[in-house]
Write a protein that binds this ligand. Structure first.
Ligand code: GLA
Ligand code: ZN
Length: 677
């Protein structure tokens, strides 16, 4: 099973009409028609509405919402409503609330607050999902099921402790295997009974916070266990849905680069991937591009949905700026460019009260159709309607893969040493950004992905090496490809124990180096690195971590300029088979990373499409019928002109462009060229 079948890119989003009297709904429907809103996500927080007490079920409001959508021909993504549990449930069964990292058992409040290992929660949430599916399965408007909402967080209660022990028994079978994996000979931790094992929290292994642990192996397994426990919650509900609805696709809304949940382990259980795109302030356009590519990688390159994005301002941050005119449209097209087959918002109408009443909405509190935001949404709705189905199902033809690995993320950031200043997302983003600025399509994939089709594989901060990955990376190079790895890669096995060999462990032969020791310095210490290959020279700066490389066959492309290791390699390239292993042993600044990535791409003749304008993003999607769509997006606020990288018709304006002809984009402007076939 795959994505919901739709005649065009679904446009709309979260709609919570239960907050208003039905008179208001009429206005909503009129405004939806004006804005070409054809799809609404309904029921995300309706548990208390449909089950107001343990033995009372009331579907009257939801029935009406579904019936009216049906009358209007609007499509529905129907949620199970379990993103927040009702107050009566927490009162009757205090075990459904979570116990936090500090060991405090929470009382009723907030949302996303259910203990994933509470048997009562598991049973009742599945029952809710089953009842919703039973009642609405097969109704024409229902095109997808939306389970829960933004799964995340963690619980440390007694039931989770017991669940952890069960999970560990399944993983390790024997205490000997567990003691070995966790290196419990250290600090006299040898466990002689499964019941002795405690969840790693502020009361047990941790000091200072969730990233500071005495036993990385224990904390790593708890992260894996929590991710799996919430996956079990998702699967409980999905199974309940499937009993009534055998073939309507099921998803849940992910959060892109969200650390607590290993989306690669979840992905096989979703029929299609969807996510909520809320870029951090000042993240830059590469952040969202990377997140989209990561989400597309979850289902083997199949399109995904943007389940939520803000039409304008957020509300949860300290300062919540509006999206500048044109930016919402630009980011919507950016999503489509990277493989989104749906453009949905949170939210349709601004909440009347509580914490999200100032969160931007398509329709404001006054219900106006002449606000700037509404006009921009309506204009995009019209544009997407004209755009039609041409991009649906289209794939990204990437020759470059970037490996993204939750285990590496976790182990890098819970590690004591060498530096707390190295953040996984920042390292990944620096390398992704270099590819993005080069205008190259990238698949962001799991370490288990098939790498045989790629010319270039980039592995930033791949701290953990598992399974046959080292061999598969060697295969990439052996057949002529390039593998680019960075500092702090190849350090630990899947239990977070150091390899008993030279660093970078099993990557050593491919990289043709060994690391003798590694230095870490404060953020203000910069070691100059002179990069040189052929005639291309760049003076870059390096920060945070400085690995001391002893070449074992690799050639030096850049050397440190300062400290006792001045003159020793910082960047290397090793011939391996018909290809190369490239290694960056330090935290190069962005120009340095860009330089290395450019060398790698050049070795494979992979060139950017609009190299002279870094603010112009380009991405290609190839439709099932072979149609090639070239998306060109100007992230700058000023108009630009450049030579068209291909000939074709801009599907947004109907204008024809010849290859090399002048293409003009307004500030935040977009063109989608259907390339001549
Ligand atoms: C998330 C949630 C929504 C809403 C928005 C806005 O994405 O899924 O319910 O809270 O954020 O904050
Ligand atoms: Zn719990």
């Amino acid at each position: 099973m795959s994505l919901p079948a739709t005649p065009k890119i679904p446009f709309g989003g979260d709609y919570n009409p239960e907050q208003w009297p039905p008179e208001v709904w009429k206005d909503d429907y009129r405004l939806f028609d004006t804005a070409r809103i054809d799809t609404v996500t309904v029921g995300v927080f309706t548990w208390a509405l449909t089950q107001p007490a343990a033995d009372v079920h009331d579907f009257s409001t939801l029935d009406r919402i579904v019936a009216e959508a049906e009358e209007q021909g609007r499509r529905i993504v129907l949620a199970t409503g379990t993103g927040a549990h009702p107050a009566w449930l927490a009162r009757a069964h205090p075990e459904v609330t979570r116990t936090d990292f500090e060991g405090r058992r929470h009382r009723y409040g907030q949302r996303h607050n259910s203990c994933p290992n509470s048997p009562v929660f598991r049973r009742l949430s599945a029952e809710v999902a089953g009842r919703i599916a039973e009642r609405y399965a097969g109704r024409p408007p229902v095109i997808a099921w939306h389970v829960g909402n933004e799964y995340g967080g963690a619980c440390y209660c007694e039931r989770c402790a017991a669940g952890f022990r069960v999970w560990l028994r399944a993983r390790y079978r024997t205490l000997d295997a567990l003691n070995s994996a966790w290196c419990t000979a250290f600090w006299s931790h040898t466990f002689s009974d499964w019941e002795e094992i405690e969840p790693p929290s502020a009361l047990t292994e941790h000091w200072r916070g969730p990233d500071h642990t005495a036993f990385q192996g224990i904390t790593l397994d708890y992260l894996r266990f929590m991710s799996d426990a919430m996956l079990a919650n998702f699967r409980d509900e999905k199974a309940a849905i499937r009993r009534h609805s055998p073939d309507t696709p099921v998803t849940t809304n992910f959060m892109g680069m969200y650390r607590p949940i290993d989306y690669h382990r979840w992905a096989p259980h979703l029929d299609f991937a969807s996510w909520d795109n809320y870029p951090p302030e000042d993240a830059g356009p590469a952040w969202a591009a990377l997140s989209h590519d990561l989400m597309r990688g979850l289902k083997d390159g199949l399109p995904f949905w943007v389940m939520e994005q803000a039409p304008t301002t957020t509300a949860c941050r300290d300062v919540n700026p509006v999206k500048r005119p044109g930016v919402m449209r630009l980011w919507s097209w950016q999503a489509v460019a990277h493989g989104a087959d749906a453009v949905l918002y949170f939210q349709m109408r601004a909440s009347r009260g509580a914490s999200e009443k100032y969160f931007g909405a398509v329709i404001n509190h006054a219900g106006r159709d002449d606000t700037r935001v509404f006009r921009e949404v309506a204009a995009l709705g019209e544009e997407l309607e004209r755009f039609g189905d041409v991009a649906l199902g289209a794939r990204t033809p990437a020759r470059v893969a970037l490996l993204f690995d939750w285990d590496s993320w976790w182990t890098l950031e819970i590690s004591d040493g060498p530096s707390r200043l190295v953040r996984y997302q920042q390292v990944v983003l620096a390398y992704y950004r270099a590819l993005w600025e080069a205008g190259v399509d990238v698949d962001v994939v799991a370490v288990t992905a098939d790498l045989s089709g790629y010319d270039v594989v980039v592995a930033p901060a791949l701290h953990m090496l598992k399974g046959d990955l080292p061999q598969r990376l060697e295969d990439v190079a052996r057949r002529g490809g390039s593998v680019l790895a960075t500092y702090l890669s190849g350090r630990v096995d899947e239990s977070d124990n150091a390899f008993l060999s030279d660093v970078p462990g099993p990557l050593g032969p491919l990289m043709g180096i060994r690391i003798d020791e590694w230095d870490a310095r404060g953020a203000d210490v910069v070691n100059p690195v002179r990069l040189q290959a052929g005639g291309e020279v760049l003076e870059a700066g390096a920060r945070l971590v400085f690995e001391l490389v002893v070449p074992q066959g690799a050639e030096t492309l850049g050397a440190y300029g300062a400290d006792f290791y001045a003159g020793t390699p910082a960047v290397t390239r090793n011939s391996f088979g018909a290809g190369h292993g490239w290694y960056v042993a330090t935290g190069l600044d962005q120009p340095g990373v860009d330089w290395v990535v450019r060398q790698v791409l050049a070795a494979h003749g992979i060139a950017g499409r609009v190299p002279e304008l870094p603010c112009v993003e380009s991405a290609v999607r190839v439709a099932p019928d072979g149609t090639r769509l070239l998306f060109l997006l100007n992230h700058g606020d000023e108009a630009v002109e450049f030579a068209a990288p291909a000939a074709g018709v801009d599907l947004l304006t109907g204008a024809r462009t010849e290859q090399g002809g002048t293409l003009a984009l307004a500030g935040y402007g977009v063109a989608v060229l259907r390339e001549d076939g």
